[in-house]
Design a protein around this ligand. Structure first.
Ligand SMILES: C[S@@+](CC[C@H](N)C(=O)[O-])C[C@H]1O[C@@H](n2cnc3c(N)ncnc32)[C@H](O)[C@@H]1O
Length: 221
C-alpha cells in the first residue's frame, strides 16, 4: 500500500516552535534502552529504506555503509549479508549487544585508543564494526557526514514532520529548511517521499498528523 500523504497544514520554514534548542541527552537515550522504551526501533526494518535501497546502492556492490546513531537497526545485518561492510556508531552498549545477540552473531570487543572510553564491537566475520561512543566524540554530526562522503556518494536521511507546537518531542520535527541550511552547501537534496506514519501513539501525544520524510542527499562538492 502506498501511504504517501498530503498532510494537512504541514509546517515548513524554520517554525520549530517550542522545540527550539531541545535535545535528548545521552543519559536519556541510555535510560530508554535500559527501560526497553524503544518505540523508535523497527523490528522489521524501515520500510522506506527497503523501498529506496537502490537509490543508495545504485547498483554498486561491496560498499562500506555508515549507520550513524545505529541502535540495533536490523538493516545492518541485511546489508552485511548482501556483501557490504557496515560501520555503526551508537552510544548505548546495550543496543549494540542486543544487535549481535538477536542476530546470533559472534563478535569481539576492543578499545578505541583515540577516544577515551570508546569501544569497537566487531563481528567475528569482520564485516560489521560498531563503535560504542557518542557521535560527538568523533566530530559534530553534519561535518562528520560531509567528511565521510565522497563525491557522488549518497546519504538517505529520514526526518519526521508534525506540528511542534502540539508535542515537545522526541522525536523532534526537522523542517526541510534545516536540512537545506545544514547540507545545502555540499549536497543536492531531494525529497523522495512523505509517508503518513500517524498512529494512536501520535494521537495520544496530541497530534493530528505525523509524517516520515525521506531525503536523498547527493554529495557534490
Ligand atoms: C532514533 S534511534 C535509532 C534507532 C535505530 N534505527 C534502531 O532501529 O535501533 C537513535 C539512536 O541514537 C543513539 N544516540 C543518541 N545520541 C547519540 C550520540 N550522541 N552518539 C551516538 N549514538 C547516539 C540512541 O541511543 C538511539 O539508539
Amino acid at each position: 500500500m502506498d501511504r504517501s500523504a498530503a498532510a494537512p497544514g504541514v509546517l515548513e520554514g524554520s517554525d520549530v516552535g517550542s522545540q527550539k534548542d531541545r535535545v535528548v541527552t545521552e543519559e536519556e537515550w541510555l535510560q530508554k534502552w535500559e527501560m526497553g522504551n524503544i518505540g523508535f526501533h523497527k523490528e522489521q526494518g524501515h520500510p522506506l529504506l527497503q523501498k529506496y535501497l537502490n537509490v543508495l546502492l545504485n547498483g554498486r556492490s561491496g560498499l562500506r555503509i555508515f549507520f550513524p546513531l545505529c541502535g540495533k537497526a536490523v538493516e545492518m545485518k541485511w546489508l552485511a549479508d548482501m556483501g557490504h561492510s557496515v560501520v555503526g556508531v551508537e552510544v548505548s552498549e546495550q543496543a549494540l549487544k542486543e544487535f549481535f545477540a538477536e542476530h546470533s552473531l559472534p563478535y569481539h570487543e576492543e578499545p578505541v585508543p583515540e577516544i577515551s572510553g570508546a569501544k569497537k564491537l566487531q563481528s567475528t566475520s569482520g564485516n560489521i564494526s560498531l563503535y560504542c561512543c557518542s557521535i560527538y566524540d568523533l566530530s559534530s554530526y553534519v561535518s562528520l557526514m560531509i567528511t565521510l562522503m565522497e563525491k557522488n556518494s549518497s546519504y538517505l536521511l529520514v526526518t519526521v514532520s508534525y506540528d511542534p507546537n502540539k508535542h515537545k518531542g522526541p522525536p523532534f520535527y526537522v523542517p526541510e529548511s534545516e536540512i537545506k541550511s545544514l547540507f545545502g552547501n555540499h549536497c543536492e537534496i531531494k525529497c523522495l517521499q512523505k509517508v503518513d506514519d500517524f498512529s494512536d501513539r501520535h494521537r495520544q501525544w496530541g497530534l493530528d498528523y505525523f509524517l516520515e520524510v525521506l531525503y536523498v542527499l547527493k554529495f557534490v562538492a
